[in-house]
Write a protein that binds this ligand. Structure first.
Ligand code: GLU
Length: 445
């Protein structure tokens, strides 16, 4: 019987949680959950100069946001604690002694200690990439301990994988060359290396390597932009995994039973933020109203400029009007001002389009007169009023809708007009309709 699955995500907290890292974490987590295994979070924080507490917080926070929980790791502990490499010095010293005593090392003049590489050609049976040949014959011996006594990444990474009884190492293809070094170390310790699965890289649409500066490269971006975490993990899974049918919208729960090596992609994945937005829109459309409202309000409260001076209940009332028009929460910012700001000036394109309409002043005046006398301000009553005004003018009711939209919002397009007017209410709507009509025709309001 094979030993129970133990996988890990081992980020170095030197920057933000990158989509590549998040995908690696997700794939490890999926593999653990699909096999009833254990998912370990190990913080590889040995590089004091480059590690920051903020980066570490962003990693933990980003993973939690994505719904990736760990069985062992920071704030959780477990049988192999501590899970911070910076606190595991004694373990590394002990393992280092083993290598020294077995004659696998030599010390340089400057005090650096190198590992005596067997210099062989390794064949790595990779679960995703198939057999990979790693030629180590011409490689220099790697340093494992610096003159100041600190250990090199390769050494501590392998020691921890041994100590934490990691059975599968699932990480980016950019580590393949490192894996050659790691296998040598495992062999020197007399330990069977774990099973390796290297995931193809995530590239930009133009084939270039993704950098931290690319929009959407950091998980924090999706948190800020109020994406749904389920949508982002769905999208991340599609970068390197597929259900092998046409489906693209799958929750992590649906992916779990289908998370097999055969379903992993072999070529580099193309990162496409628009596609991620589309996936998010699918999830957003299915969201229940209270959750949508909660997400929207939470996002609005984080904006300094987009929040029009109004109370939450009024905002919540406006959300059903806007919801059908938007694909992402930040688009709220485009729609809210025109609903809440009665003094917003008329947009240039709206003004130009209206100027082309015949008999404009008379039409606006007739429309306003009818609206002033509207028996009710409900959407269907307003429709009847518009029909009556159009009848008086001898034109089709549709011809009055665009002018009315401009009077109500100052814009050429936006949310459904009559429900918006109903939401606005007569006492707020009429003054802004009058004021904009006056601004358009020069008549006193
Ligand atoms: N700390 C390494 C990194 O972030 C870990 C690589 C690994 O998964 O072994 O690249």
């Amino acid at each position: 019987m094979s030993s129970p699955v133990r996988v890990r995500f081992a980020p170095s907290p030197t920057g933000y949680l990158h989509v590549g890292g998040a995908r690696t974490a997700l794939f490890n987590w999926l593999y653990a959950r699909a096999h009833g295994g254990t998912f370990v979070l190990r913080i590889e924080d040995t590089d004091e100069a480059r590690n920051t507490a903020a980066a570490q917080a962003a990693i933990v926070d980003g993973l939690r946001w994505l719904g990736i929980d760990w069985d062992e790791g920071p704030e959780k502990d477990g049988p192999h604690a501590p899970y911070y490499q910076s606190q595991r010095g004694a373990i590394y010293d002990a393992y280092f002694q083993k290598l020294v005593e077995a004659g696998h090392t030599y010390t340089e003049e400057n005090g650096a200690v190198r590992f005596r590489s067997p210099k062989e050609i390794l064949i790595l049976p990779d679960k995703i990439c198939g057999d990979i040949k790693i030629d180590r014959t011409a490689e220099p011996d790697m340093t494992i301990r610096r003159p100041d006594g600190s250990y090199i990444f390769h050494f501590v990474n392998v020691v921890d994988d041994i100590e934490m009884e990691i059975t599968h190492v699932i990480r980016g293809e950019d580590h393949i060359f490192n894996t050659g070094k790691h296998i040598e170390l495992f062999q020197a310790f007399g330990v069977e290396p774990p099973i390796y699965a290297h995931i193809p890289l995530i590239l930009n649409a133009d084939g270039s390597k993704m950098s931290k500066r690319d929009q959407g490269a950091a998980v924090g971006y999706y948190q800020e932009q109020a994406f749904l975490p389920e949508a982002v993990s769905n999208y991340l899974c599609l970068l390197g995994w597929s259900p092998k049918d046409d489906r693209e919208i799958l929750t992590v729960k649906e992916i779990l039973p289908l998370f097999r090596w055969e379903n992993m992609g072999h070529s580099n994945a193309k990162f496409d933020l628009e596609k991620c937005r589309w996936v998010n829109a699918q999830y957003l459309a299915k969201l229940d109203t209270p959750s949508f409202d909660h997400l929207a309000i939470a996002w609005l409260l984080r904006q300094t400029s987009a929040l029009p001076g109004t109370d939450d209940s009024r905002l919540v009332g406006a959300l059903p009007l806007i919801r059908p028009k938007i694909k992402g929460i930040p688009e709220l910012a485009e729609h809210l001002p025109m609903l809440f700001d009665g003094n917003a000036p008329i947009a240039e394109d709206a003004r130009a389009k209206l100027a082309a309409q015949p008999d404009l002043a008379n039409r606006l005046a007739t429309l306003l007169t009818h609206l002033e006398e509207a028996p009710s301000w409900a959407a269907d009553a307003l429709q009847a009023v518009i029909t009556a005004a159009a009848g008086a003018l001898g034109i089709k009711p549709g011809a009055l809708m665009f002018p009315l939209r401009v009077l109500a919002t100052g814009q050429t397009h936006g949310v459904d007009l009559l429900p918006a007017l109903e939401w606005l209410g007569r006492t707020e709507a009429l003054p802004r309709l009058r004021a904009r009509a006056a601004a358009l025709t020069g008549a006193p309001s």
